[in-house]
Design a protein around this ligand. Structure first.
Ligand SMILES: *Cc1c(COP(=O)(O)O)cnc(C)c1O
Length: 478
């Protein structure tokens, strides 16, 4: 299996070459040259694999189709080490819960940080450790977070050999729970940096360091953002696992609704569908930051400015542009790299938007690729959380509430709708209290974490200071 860039550069790479990379050198995103096709017989075999051998073995089957530069025994061992009941709370890893006529919740948020990003990040941590050891290299992951991504990255990389994580976050602006989750980690390779500024200051510091190419090379600075192909690939597995749990025969179809921000999660659904998984619809659910809903309704993709990007009660979906969306558009346009480069390079830079409404391809979003969309407001999410609690005794978080609200607008009789549960309510306790007048239940392992000792250093908005920290720590543990 070889990988290409969505912007048409001729080079082809193998999985382990792109594993530690972000963007392709031409600015595009990596995709496989073609999508492996899963036959009816294979899908039937995978049912047995999942039911009898479990999620890790299913993950191995799916990943094997895309990774041919890690020996099979090693890849299987990495999957088995990653997807355990101990780490993900249940043997099924992604259990389905029936909610109401035709609607199920697929739980993706029982990992260490209680959000779906653990599903991929936990595997990424093990893949990084494996590949870095094989190369005899080290990697310093530098990131900025306002919550979910940073903690998922830290919990995936803690204690991993060859990896250090330097994670900046805005000082005093994360919830007490989020701060406790990250800052209570005592692992020597995890560095929490609370920056005296806002999230954008953190991001600017990270960009400034990455733009210093000499520094970046010398200290092997990397990232773990959602455009990483390995993260997306790991997510493909739970579309298969959800399908297998919801159906008895391959003649049945299901639909998925996906609370979306950067389009990483639902793009994995697109990949599963392209492999032949019988998916009817892929429902893209957004919050007030409706870049994606606007595109699927109108054909216009318009990047928002910061004044136009709203802080909502589903903060992990608060995006101004959807960084993985380019992958789908590349497929939609018949994999025309030159056109994709023009739209996402030249046109977005010049106009901040592009318009496919007059292109015949646009109609195929729904007809050929199954994509439809919807959005929720804060009031919708509160209503949905309240009604779900009152009718079913099930407490859902604000992101899952967004998904459930939109899912109900796209039901088809006889086609199970699987709503992806992307976080647990405890992460967004304030909104739960607003909706229900009570605190969300807290998993036992998080009892009292706010009282644990914190490992964090406070820093000014100072690029030189963070560079000095990285240099010092690399020298120190070299
Ligand atoms: C990251 C995240 C999302 C959005 O996922 P994308 O892959 O960016 O579309 C939704 N819900 C939660 C809880 C998240 O952490």
């Amino acid at each position: 299996m070889k990988y290409l860039s969505t912007r048409g550069a001729p080079e082809r790479k193998r999985f382990c070459e792109i594993l530690l990379e972000g963007l392709a050198p031409d600015g595009g995103l990596y995709l496989p040259e073609s999508y492996p096709q899963v036959s009816d017989a294979t899908l039937t075999r995978w049912r047995t694999v999942y039911h009898q051998q479990g999620y890790a073995e299913l993950a191995f089957e799916v990943l094997s189709l895309y990774i041919d530069d890690i020996p099979a025994a090693d890849l299987r061992a990495l999957c088995e080490k990653t997807y355990t009941a101990e780490v993900f709370g249940t043997g099924e890893i992604v259990p389905l819960r029936h909610l109401e006529e035709g609607v199920w919740l697929e739980a993706l948020s029982n990992g260490p940080t209680l959000a779906f990003k653990d599903m991929a990040m936990q595997l990424l941590g093990n893949l990084f450790e494996y590949e870095l050891a094989r190369r005899g290299e080290e990697l310093n992951i530098l990131g900025a977070t306002s919550g979910d991504t940073g903690s998922a990255a830290e919990y995936a990389m803690r204690g991993k050999k060859g990896v250090r994580v330097f994670m900046t976050s805005p000082h005093g602006r994360m919830s007490a729970f989020q701060q406790a989750q990250m800052f209570s980690l005592q692992d020597a390779n995890i560095y929490n940096i609370a920056v005296k500024g806002v999230f954008d200051d953190c991001q600017d510091m990270v960009k400034a360091v990455s733009n210093d190419l000499a520094f970046k090379r010398q200290y092997r600075i990397g990232t773990v953002n959602s455009i990483n192909w390995a993260r997306l690939l790991a997510q493909v597995v739970y579309y298969f696992a959800g399908y297998i749990q919801a159906t008895q025969a391959n003649s049945q179809k299901v639909s998925f609704t996906v609370p979306s921000g950067n389009f990483g999660n639902v793009c994995a659904g697109h990949v599963a569908r392209m492999m032949g998984l019988p998916i009817d619809k892929l429902v893209v659910a957004t919050n007030e930051n409706d870049v994606l809903d606007e595109f699927f309704r109108t054909g216009v993709y318009r990047v928002r400015g910061s004044a136009d990007t709203h802080e909502t009660s589903s903060p992990s979906m608060d995006i101004s542009k959807a960084s993985n969306f380019e992958r789908f558009v590349f497929d939609l346009l018949g994999r025309d790299g030159a056109r994709t480069a023009d739209l996402f390079g030249a046109q977005l830079a010049k106009n901040g938007r592009f318009d496919l409404s007059a292109d015949p391809a646009f109609a195929q979003c729904a007809s050929r690729y199954g994509f439809v969309s919807g959005k929720s407001t804060h009031a919708n999410r509160l209503d949905t959380i309240r009604a779900t609690w009152q009718h079913y005794g099930v407490m859902i978080d604000t992101h899952t509430a967004d998904g459930l609200k939109v899912a109900r607008e796209h039901l088809t009789a006889g086609v199970p709708m699987l709503v992806l549960e992307t976080a647990l309510p405890i992460k967004f306790a304030e909104t739960i209290v607003q909706a229900l007048g009570r605190e969300p239940e807290r998993p036992a392992k998080f009892e009292g974490i706010e009282a644990l000792p914190k490992r964090v250093q406070v820093m000014e908005v100072d690029v030189a200071a963070i560079k000095a920290l990285i240099a010092r720590e690399c020298a120190h543990s070299a």
